[in-house]
Design a protein around this ligand. Sequence first.
Ligand code: GLP
Length: 242
Amino acid sequence: MEIIITDTAYDTANDAASRISTFINNKPNSLLCFAAGETPLCVFTILIDLQKKNHVDLSSVYYVGLDEWEGLSQDTKGSCYQVMSDNFYTVAGIPSSRIKRWNGICVSPEDELNDVYQYIIAHGGIDLALLGIGMNGHIGFNEPFTGLPKKCIRVKLDKTTQSVSKKYFDIPTKVSYGLSIGAGELKNSQKIILMATGIHKADIVKSTIELPNDISIPSSLLTDHQNISLLLDKDAASKFSL
Ligand code: GLP
């Protein structure tokens, strides 16, 4: 696994944006999957800036949502789709025909999981996944001990995720389950950019690197991917040893 450590979170985002931009320019019409957490927000800002300077056309590719909180609509502030829409899709002017979004208030989660999976299959799999490491190592909503499921999954959220979720919502919001692309399907991506920034991620970054293929640390299950880059700022990288 390639590990790149930069001085600041901005530098990490800049590196990610540069790689994504190059990828898009080399492979228009590819399928990208971006995490909707706090970590990639600056990547989106830089990508939009690159588009304004005509260095990349962000509408030349397709996007599939990584995950969604079950029970939240696409209009709910703090839902994964809303975060993506407000910080990327709308600002970047991505046509809705280029976006596969999760419906967190679907009547049948089973149908929803299959619908997103079929979209991925129809596009020949994910070409590039930009992923953030959660506080417990989760990737999307692939929680500890979920393993490497292929297809898409409905997962009971663990206590850490439920607690961390408060940062996304303005009003108290109970979340119990998540809908997500399975880690096995993410691992099928041609290219993975895994990101973590901030001192609060230093412990889980250390576990991710020092305990490869540990089922209690979902991010560690990706580290033997043939084309993965782990992008860290120096705070997130402050605890591990190689
Ligand atoms: C969240 C989301 C993921 C996200 C991860 C890290 O709960 N399910 O999509 O990538 O956890 O989030 P953050 O970047 O806010 O730390």
